[in-house]
Design a protein around this ligand. Structure first.
Ligand code: FE
Ligand code: FE
Ligand code: ZN
Length: 286
């Protein structure tokens, strides 16, 4: 199949360190054969964010336009828990979410992924209520950034291990037209959706419960643990319980192939470069 556009329809990248800024991440992406990337908005375990450098941002915007980079995916800190039991932690998470979304508008029209939260001992219902409350306080009608709720493995008291839980959050958010989902292949399998044996059925379930139109990104990871382990440990591509057959199906699936794919596998840059090269050879019709 030939195409008149030089833009690749396969959007593939990996998680990169944000320590040197946006332009540096985009250049690294190009070096390893990627055309997009994911990064943490701030120290994933702490909470401090570097101030936005307007020069870096404008250089990045120009470079990514010229080199066909994007959409980029910002990942919220792991410590951000919108349904924490302790007021202080919850308030901090709410403030961080608002600040992150404010910062995202410097690079308009991109994606922001977050783990919905862990309800600790409060129960799923209470957790969902608190998450929706926080999202309602943060998401504005004017924003251009898509907020994505990640499908979770169900470790501990994580919310988002079922599509129904994500749907209940979405149902309670007032401004829905910038609210979506990021599907993590390791997490859904770990949560108990057999994306390996029944790829089509899992996607049909997703469509029925949430709607495939809300799916905006894929975390493409293999897993160190068998089906329904609820452990959340990523494996390098082809070396885990999902295997290359499943991941090939995912990147080529008619319902998914238009989406951006982000690797979060245990790798340094050379490992990411070879996984990107591998997935490109596995991509059909590109
Ligand atoms: Fe994540
Ligand atoms: Fe993920
Ligand atoms: Zn994970």
């Amino acid at each position: 199949m030939t195409t008149t556009s030089k833009t690749s329809d396969f959007r593939i990248g990996c998680h990169l360190s944000a320590s040197e800024g946006y332009l540096s991440m985009a250049k690294t992406a190009v070096q390893i054969g990627a055309n997009t990337f994911q990064f943490f908005t701030r120290n994933p375990r702490g909470g401090t964010a570097k101030p936005i450098d307007p020069e870096d941002v404008s250089a990045f915007l120009e470079y990514s336009e010229q080199n066909d980079i994007g959409p980029i995916l910002a990942h919220a800190s792991y410590t951000l828990n919108l349904c924490a039991a302790e007021d202080r932690i919850r308030e901090f998470a709410r403030y961080t979410l608002m600040d992150d979304l404010f910062r995202m508008e410097f690079t308009p029209g991109n994606l922001y992924n977050l783990h919905p939260g862990s309800h600790v001992q409060q129960g799923v219902e209470k957790g969902i209520e608190l998450i929706a409350e926080a999202l309602n306080a943060a998401i504005t009608e004017e924003q251009t950034t898509w907020v994505l709720l990640e499908t979770m493995a169900g470790k501990g008291t994580e919310i988002g291990r079922t599509f129904e839980e994500l749907r209940s959050i979405i149902d309670r958010v007032h401004v829905k037209d910038r609210l979506g989902v990021c599907l993590d292949t390791c997490h859904v399998f770990d949560a108990g959706y057999d994306i390996k044996g029944n790829t089509d059925q899992v996607l049909e379930t997703f469509d029925r419960v949430i709607g495939l139109d809300r799916l905006k990104a894929i975390h493409i990871n293999d897993t160190k643990n068998p089906f329904q382990s609820h452990k959340d440990r990523h494996e390098t591509i082809g070396n885990g319980y999902l295997g290359i057959e499943t991941l090939r199906k995912v990147i080529n699936h008619p319902a998914l192939r238009h989406l951006p794919f982000y690797l979060e596998t245990p790798n340094e840059l050379p490992g990411y470069a070879s996984e990107i090269a591998l997935l490109k050879t596995e991509r059909t019709g590109a």
